[in-house]
Design a protein around this ligand. Structure first.
Ligand code: UDP
Ligand code: MG
Length: 314
């Protein structure tokens, strides 16, 4: 008896791609069943993240057409990470093995074969890693690069060039669901689960339809979220910077005293203005970062549900 696979697909306003995605995923699942890698009752689980278009209606139609298609509908838009978590949490009740993938199928679905081979070898987590980003736009490619570098520098260790295309065993997802945080950054959390894990490479394609739901501003917010959810390095960094500036100001103080006694104190005006602006800016920045953490503590202590499911087709 082969293990049962669930493919989890979070989606937001994806009516342009949904039909094609469903078709391709179904073919994939059939070929995996054919190759005897997964059980016959493996499924595709769409997670509708509060889409404003007809995505959910399409999912309902699909589930009537073919029982390989399943769906859950969230009560509103919660964002990709929470939608994904919702899908994984439901899927683990039914499946032994779960693969998550974006609805635009930019990730190569043919890599699933290799992922399942690794799973059969005993790996609990298999990360899909992009071997090149040639197909991404220039801006996307470079901002993504800066994103990873900056995140690692700030102490948020993430697998390089890994999106959320990954295989997880049932027990890995069970452990993941014990992480209770509301501020979710799955790419950073999954490596913390441990277990045997490995990478497989694939080339990432262009979106075949529709536009990215991750514009630059959202990516920036995502990076900030990732860093402040996983690490306190920025606060340490700020504290050190504060200390450094304190020492510099001591030197400056000595300098002003000397200047005061040697006459001609009026000349200091421009440097004074400059330092006021500099320090003002730095202080605001520092307060902002600390505020970010306090905000996180605030949202975590509320223990609000991370998502609410309004409908299930299972
Ligand atoms: N997505 C989601 N909720 C959101 C935004 C995006 O579920 O609020 C889904 C989206 O439908 C897609 C995946 O997250 O399946 C990745 O989004 P996208 O392809 O737009 O990101 P990109 O590949 O451009 O980084
Ligand atoms: Mg995409």
């Amino acid at each position: 008896m082969k293990d049962r696979l669930f493919i989890v697909v979070p989606l937001y306003n994806e009516e342009e791609v949904l039909r094609e995605t469903a078709k391709r995923l179904k073919e994939k699942i059939l070929s995996l069943i054919e190759a005897d890698k997964i059980s016959k009752d493996s499924k595709i689980l769409f997670v509708n993240d509060g889409s404003k278009d007809s995505s959910w209606e399409m999912i309902k139609d699909l589930s009537i057409e073919d029982k390989v298609f399943k769906g859950i509908c969230l009560s509103r838009n919660y964002g990709h990470q929470k939608a994904l978590l919702a899908g994984l949490t439901i899927a683990k009740e039914y499946a032994e093995v779960i693969i998550s993938i974006d609805a635009d199928l930019q990730d190569d679905i043919n890599a699933m074969d290799k992922m399942l081979d690794k799973y059969a070898e005993g790996f609990d987590i298999v990360y899909g890693v992009r071997s090149s980003r040639k197909k991404d736009s220039f801006l996307k490619r470079n901002t993504a690069f800066v994103f990873y570098k900056f995140m690692n520098l700030m102490g948020a260790e993430v697998v390089y060039n890994h999106g959320d295309f990954r295989l997880m065993s049932k027990r890995a997802v069970e452990e993941l669901s014990k992480f209770e945080e509301v501020n979710l950054f799955l790419r950073g959390l999954v490596p913390m689960i441990g277990f045997k894990s490995t990478n497989i490479e694939y080339t990432r394609a262009e979106r075949f339809a529709g536009g990215s739901k991750y514009p630059f501003t959202k990516m920036l917010a995502f990076a900030m979220d990732g860093i402040t959810s996983l690490s306190i390095k920025p606060i340490i960094f700020i504290a050190r910077l504060g200390l450094l500036i304190f020492f510099i100001s001591l030197v400056a103080l000595i300098y002003t005293i000397i200047k005061n006694f040697s006459g001609g104190t009026i000349v200091g005006w421009s440097s004074l203005m400059a330092s006021i602006w500099l320090l003002g800016g730095l202080q605001l920045f520092a307060i902002g970062i600390i505020g970010e953490y306090i905000g996180k503590i605030y949202t975590e202590t509320k223990h609000r549900p991370r998502y609410i499911i309004s409908q299930k087709l299972l």
